[in-house]
Design a protein around this ligand. Sequence first.
Ligand SMILES: *Cc1c(COP(=O)(O)O)cnc(C)c1O
Length: 359
Amino acid sequence: MNVVTAQINRQALIHNIQVIKSLVPDSKIVAVVKANGYGHGLYLVANTLDPYVDAFAAARISEAISLRDRGIKKPIILLEGFYEPSDVPLLAKYDLDTAVHDMEQLEAIEQAELVSPVRCWLKIDIGMHRLGAAPDEIAEMKVRLEQCVNVQKPLGLISHLSVADTPSEYAYNEEQIAYFFKVAEGFNGPLCLANSAGILRWPKSHTDWVRPGVILYGISPFTGKTGSDFNLEPVMTLKSSLIAVRKVKRGAKVGYGAAWTAPRDTVIGIVATGYGDGYPRTAPNGTPVWVNGRLVPTAGHVCMDMLFVDLGPNANDKVGDKAVLWGKEVPVERVAELCGTIPYELVCRIMPRVNVETL
Ligand SMILES: *Cc1c(COP(=O)(O)O)cnc(C)c1O
């Protein structure tokens, strides 16, 4: 029987990168593969995209090193840079690009003894207030990086949009982009700004390099939209099987805490997927699950290993029948919205016990 499986469709990944390239024909593409390729498999994603992209981006140095160990040769950018001065020699050893977002990182690079200089991207804060040089630090950091023997020239400039996906913050986004370009006037190196939302909605934010993340995986960065609204295809299908089918009477209290009561005599299906697999426990009653060509609603609290669906009084579904929790049949964006979260979180929380199947 088909136990819970994340099916990863490599053709969809290739389709999506081609859609992205058509949107930014003049930009180089940094494929963001942090958090295990947004839960899709770090190496599987990187290896599939390698012929189509110019670079990769990771959040942790361990992610970058494991890509190098498995033979990925394209540039890899550490979006937050390194966390410890003792990691600086690893940048040179593994030929990793690093963001430099504060004085501590700058000093660690200046003080390191390296076999070869590293490629650096000065990271500036344009409005997120998370990482990045403040306005009064930029000039000094730029000069010191440009003069540092441990830094390859030219120096890159990188930043991150905080509201490109938030329509109500239109003006704030414009302000961030304008500020980025103002700082960029003093730079002759590569510029890198747009995330997925910037690529889709803000042509002004397209610079020589762009950094798509979630859209690579066929997922919309905008609430209320799905990837298909942008001609993207979902890369992950989370699927499982019915492991029990049972009749219950009207008034039956189903699951832990009796969180769902049958409104009529009906047939309940038990799907072998739970929060121990990464399906969110916050999914409310009524979250759609695909079974035998139709959408049926979840009923009751999601358990660790199982969840309930109301198959309806006339159901003919059988043990072993396939259930799709998200994928083409059920947009992960829709499940996320019902759960009060974003699809990014759902896909990157897939648990290690889930089988991976590649298409
Ligand atoms: C995660 C991340 C991205 C990709 O964001 P998406 O919304 O998934 O496209 C780009 N840049 C930085 C700095 C990030 O942390």
